[in-house]
Design a protein around this ligand. Structure first.
Ligand code: ATP
Ligand code: MG
Length: 211
């Protein structure tokens, strides 16, 4: 059966695109970033195509694309548009295809005057993967994000840690968050398809991704 995941994070710049590229390579998945801001500095779709060596036809075009690197609600407002979540439909794909969708920023980032990123996740109903950093402060940010995801009645498949390994923080997240850490991406000197696949083989609970 195919897998569809929504990759969110405890913050912006936390490693969501890196983890998405890793999962696209490891699961031979299609990549989709429905809302992209900051496109003047490049898009996550292009980054994933480069890192995972995906051809463009293994990606879904963005539904909303804005140049300024600001929150989606603000980028849309500045462009004179309103992000309408009803217009963001899960792509129709053959049953055998895996899909990785990446959010913008974190869980409670606003997308319009009344809705947040978590409302997009509720519409799509994909199991959620939460990317968190390993360093000090991560326990608090991860538990708050998990609380927000659960308050929205979303199914959280697990947490993926990104950064210099920290066994104490990993254990604390699992214990207090009542969640499984399904993988850990160490600091990589070079991020490419080969190094990402190696991390998946060594540091991920591969059974959790093979349903
Ligand atoms: N494990 C890692 N080792 C080294 N560098 C990393 C690692 N993970 C992420 N980075 C770097 O950190 C930066 C932010 O990572 P990434 O783009 O994956 O974050 P993001 O959560 O997708 O950000 P955004 O909120 O903009 O979508 C990038 O420059 C990326 O190359
Ligand atoms: Mg990203």
């Amino acid at each position: 059966m195919s897998e569809r995941f929504f990759v969110t994070g405890t913050d912006t710049g936390i490693g969501k695109t890196t983890v998405s590229a890793l999962l696209c390579a490891a699961l031979d998945a299609i990549y989709w970033k429905p809302i992209q801001t900051g496109s003047r500095e490049g898009t996550d779709r292009n980054t994933v195509m480069r890192l995972a060596e995906l051809p463009a036809n293994r990606t879904i075009p963005e539904n909303y694309l804005f140049a300024p690197p600001v929150s989606p609600h603000l980028a849309a407002e500045r462009a004179g548009v309103c992000i309408d979540l009803r217009k963001i439909q899960a792509p129709h794909l053959p049953k055998s295809e895996n899909l990785i969708a990446e959010g913008a920023g974190g869980v409670l980032v606003p997308v319009n005057r009344t809705q947040l990123m978590v409302d997009l996740m509720r519409r799509l109903k994909f199991p959620v993967l939460l990317v968190a950093r390993t360093a000090l402060g991560t326990i608090n940010h991860t538990l708050i994000s998990l609380a927000a995801l659960r308050a929205a009645r979303l199914s959280v498949r697990g947490v993926i840690l990104c950064g210099k390994p920290n066994a104490d923080n990993r254990r604390a997240i699992e214990r207090y968050g009542e969640v499984a850490v399904l993988g850990a991406v160490p600091l990589l000197a070079r991020i490419d398809r080969v190094s990402l696949l190696r991390v998946f083989q060594r540091n991920f609970d591969r059974k959790a991704f093979a349903r």
